[in-house]
Design a protein around this ligand. Structure first.
Ligand code: AGP
Length: 370
């Protein structure tokens, strides 16, 4: 069994460490370096269809849904197409407005999630073109979709999804750029700039994985708590939603992820002496605002960790109790780096509490009932 785990104690840790390879494999053959562009010859979606897309619905469950939240910001920023995110189990029952100009993107690691499959069928029956982002080529979702963009994360065994999520992010970056090229919303230099930053991601993540000790120490500290909060703005808010899910799923510590600016509309009532608040602070355009939200919770006794870039550490330490630094990338790509810290945090918290990291209670790897 240890051999299967490649020398790692758990599949989850092995899969966290496989992320640099998953990023490279998912990008492989999809970047035309000579012309600084993304090539996705596997897609049937025509240039004409892409030009006509009026709106995008991203539909998925759990961690795949959280990847879709990043997908939304990527498609909106790169291609300027309006995007809505839906939880698959809700999508069908809200009579979504679907036209032939609607592109529906379903995201699923396994390709077998019943709710996601049902949403896909509903979308197709209503005339949408459906693109599946999945990790399993022969899956039901891959077979039923009009188009498939495969993530090359390799088999994911741990119930808690890690490398599948980050490979889905890579797929969204590639697809977002592809839409932008066709629709002319980004020029060659802009695309080249993003591609160069994307290609640096695997090495940046490798460097992080070699410096996990501060995360382990902090995880052992939060393992003593029953409740905690995550806060962030923009992309950071989307990433902390994934971090909170991961922590709940395997450590059974209750946490909530909040948009930093939304705390004062109710949740602040729950902040009491010593409660951990984990703030993800990578979006420089809103950093000052997040820092004022941090001060709001500090003033009520919270103990705050900030996850940010080295260059902001000294300044942040004036307002928070701990800082963990991560490598810097473009604001739009930051999730592919910052989430790794939150995955490790969940892993080490679960380990410290003696839980079954790879097989958390009550959960299945693939949920095939609606
Ligand atoms: C992730 O850690 C969870 N185990 C879960 O939320 C999962 O992402 C969800 O069930 C969707 O699965 P899928 O990607 O295989 O469709």
């Amino acid at each position: 069994v240890t051999a299967e785990k490649g020398g790692y104690e758990h599949f989850m840790l092995k899969e966290i460490h496989e992320q640099p390879k998953a990023y490279r494999d998912t990008m492989l053959g999809r970047i035309d370096h000579a012309n600084h562009q993304v090539v996705l010859p596997e897609l049937k979606l025509s240039v004409e269809q892409i030009k006509n897309i009026r709106n995008v619905h991203i539909v998925a469950c759990g961690t795949a849904y959280n990847a879709g939240l990043i997908g939304r910001t990527v498609i909106e920023q790169f291609a300027r197409i309006p995007v809505e995110n839906d939880v698959a189990s809700e999508y069908r029952y809200r009579s979504p407005i679907i036209t032939p100009e609607t592109l529906v993107i379903v995201v699923s690691q396994s390709g077998e999630t019943a709710d996601t499959l049902a949403a896909l069928r509903e979308a197709r029956a209503n005339g949408a073109h459906v693109l599946a982002i999945t990790n399993v080529v022969g899956s039901s979702i891959a077979r039923d979709a009009d188009d498939v963009l495969v993530t090359l994360a390799g088999p994911e065994i741990a119930v808690a999804s890690t490398k599948a999520y980050t490979s889905q992010l890579i797929a969204f970056y590639l697809f977002g750029l592809y839409l932008a090229q066709v629709r002319g919303t980004m020029n060659k230099e802009e695309v080249a700039h993003v591609l160069a930053a994307m290609e640096a991601l695997p090495e940046q993540v490798e460097a992080m994985l070699g410096q996990a000790d501060p995360i382990k120490t902090y995880a052992e500290h939060i393992a003593k708590h029953k409740h905690l909060f995550f806060i962030g703005r923009g992309q950071d808010y989307a990433v902390v939603q994934e971090g909170s899910l991961k922590l709940k799923e395997i450590s059974y510590i209750h946490s909530e992820a909040y948009a930093a600016g939304e705390l004062k509309h109710g949740t602040l009532a729950l902040i009491e002496e010593g409660i951990p608040v984990i703030s993800l602070v990578t979006q420089e355009s809103v950093m000052e605002k997040t820092v004022s939200n941090i001060k709001e919770v500090k003033a009520r006794g919270a103990e705050v960790l900030a996850i940010s870039y080295e260059e902001h550490a000294a300044e942040l330490l004036k307002s928070v109790d701990h800082v963990i630094t991560i490598p810097k990338t473009l604001p739009i790509l930051t999730a592919a780096i910052s989430v790794v810290t939150l995955q490790l945090l969940a892993y080490y918290a679960s380990l410290a509490l003696g839980h079954d990291v790879d097989k958390p209670r009550n959960l299945a790897k693939s949920v095939t009932v609606e």
